[in-house]
Ligand binder design. Structure first.
Ligand SMILES: *Cc1c(COP(=O)(O)O)cnc(C)c1O
Length: 474
């Protein structure tokens, strides 16, 4: 049984994207632990017939529902190559070098100074955790506490400042780091839907006066609801003024900096202290690929470093500038497990390297601009149409809009648009998602899918209008 033909067919994403009813596959795979192995042929058959053929088609060109997507072929094959041939990130092999290079390329691509360091992570959640871990260490050291060694309990009233739009994984990071979810100062949005800088400043001032310890200001570079970017330049300046760490969550929107039209929103990345970005979102790397970038590798090492075990004392002796290692088993290669939370880890950066090598910085830039254009197309057509309403104009590649039948408002209008979304999903051709804004329920396409273009965005608008007319009896 060869899986390749099915995988190739799957990635053509032909036909509509109708969900396969669970009843069609559940019984084929749901069983207790086998006491006796079924053998590889039967497993391959199940992989082929069930896992692949009934798989999740987030790469369908009409799919604009999420901030993640199906990887492009290069990402898939590079990931397979690394699983087989380079799965131990830290030792001396080409994959180790390539992973470190991919970090450097990303740092350059996103406009950070070369002195910044980075580490691929399992996703945006862990990339944010790494940034906030560095922030915690930084805040402790300012008052003479080594938090990684002595614990957080000696930090008086830790506080984290971010807008109400912050991604919910941030709360979990604060829980894990012992900083406490309850210690977030959720700053309201100003009229422009970005963090209110005046409230941020006055909250900081009040807390400092009361003897609290500001740990970090967290900026959003593209919130997942509407794609808004906080005023990152002024926030960085404020952080500097108060001596507070400035972390930016660009898990989804970090790549937006490549579009000249919105470049200024990001301020100067060299003014950030740490940054989270997800190559498994806009770069379409395999899911499981985040990246944490940080100003200070030494601080990261003090935050996350592992004590050397008796069995890996060799790690202390590496110095390949001076001499060629005699074997790959002798010592570790480039990069260090001290900058993140994993020890044994895949060389996730191989897929990022392969994608960047394949399409270049220009290819990434073109994709970002095209997707931002898709969001603008939906917005322009919503504004121009009597039947549609633009609910949040795009900053990056997300647009929020709805169909507006005459005479409907409030919850009726919300329900109407939820029905449109249901019908879109039933048809399986245009697949956005929905969200709730202050004005109610919105249809929300987020264009990051490398297989989607302007035609797919236009098609979505046509489909919404067509379904809206049918449902309103027009
Ligand atoms: C996706 C996302 C996260 C979480 O990242 P994962 O890769 O899902 O772990 C955090 N913040 C933002 C802004 C995101 O878009």
């Amino acid at each position: 049984m060869a899986l390749l033909p099915s995988l190739v067919e799957f990635t053509q994403f032909e036909g509509v994207d109708r969900a396969v009813p669970r009843s069609e596959w559940l019984d084929l795979i749901d069983e207790p632990l086998p006491q006796v192995g079924a053998g590889s042929e039967e497993v391959l058959q199940l992989l082929n017939d069930v896992v692949i053929k009934r798989g999740l088609r987030t790469g369908h060109p009409g799919f604009s529902g999420w901030v993640t997507t199906t990887p492009t072929t290069m990402g898939v094959v590079a990931d397979l190559a690394q699983t087989v041939a380079s799965a131990q990130r830290w030792w001396i092999h080409p994959g180790n070098h390539v992973d470190s290079m991919a970090v450097e390329w990303m740092i350059e691509l996103l406009g950070f100074p070369k002195t910044f360091v980075g580490q691929f992570t399992s996703g945006g959640s862990t990339a944010n955790l790494v940034g906030l871990g560095a922030a915690r260490q930084h805040a402790g050291e300012r008052i003479g506490i080594d938090v990684a060694h002595d614990g957080v309990s000696s930090i008086p009233s830790p506080r984290i400042y971010t807008s109400v739009q912050v991604h919910h994984v941030m709360g979990r990071s604060l829980g894990v780091l012992g900083l406490g979810r309850a210690n977030v100062r959720a700053i309201p949005l100003a009229a422009n839907r970005r963090i209110d800088l005046d409230v941020l400043r006055s909250t900081l001032e009040r807390d400092v006066e009361a003897g609290a310890t500001p740990i970090a200001i967290v900026g959003n570079a593209g919130d997942v609801n509407t794609g808004m970017v906080d005023p990152l330049g002024p926030m960085a300046a404020l952080a500097r003024e108060f001596g507070v760490w400035f972390h930016v969550d660009g898990a989804y929107g970090g790549f937006g900096i490549l579009d000249e039209r919105v470049r200024d929103l990001y301020g100067n990345p060299g003014d950030y202290d740490s940054f989270a970005v997800d190559p498994h979102k806009w770069l379409a790397a395999p899911v499981g690929t985040g990246l944490a970038i940080c100003r200070d590798g030494d601080l990261l090492g003090r935050s996350f470093g592992v004590e050397t075990g008796a069995y890996d004392r060799e790690r202390e002796h590496l110095d390949f500038e001076q001499r060629e290692p005699e074997s790959p088993w002798e010592s570790t290669g480039r990069g260090t497990p001290d900058w993140g939370v994993d020890f044994s880890t895949p060389s996730r950066g191989i897929a990022v390297w392969a994608i960047l090598k394949e399409i270049g910085a220009a290819g990434v830039r073109d994709r970002i601009v095209r997707h931002n254009d898709c969001a603008r197309l939906v917005a322009d057509r919503s504004s121009a149409s009597e039947e549609l309403e633009l609910m949040a104009s795009p900053e990056l590649s997300i647009t929020c809009f709805r169909y507006r039948p005459e005479g409907l408002s409030g919850t009726d209008l919300d329900e109407f648009n939820e029905q449109i979304l249901q019908e879109l999903r039933r048809r399986g051709e245009s697949l956005p998602s929905g969200t709730w804004l202050d004005d109610g329920f919105a249809i929300r396409p987020c264009f990051i899918n490398p297989r989607s273009g302007l035609d797919d965005a236009a098609r979505l608008v046509d489909d919404v209008i067509e379904i809206g007319r049918i449902l309103s009896g027009g």
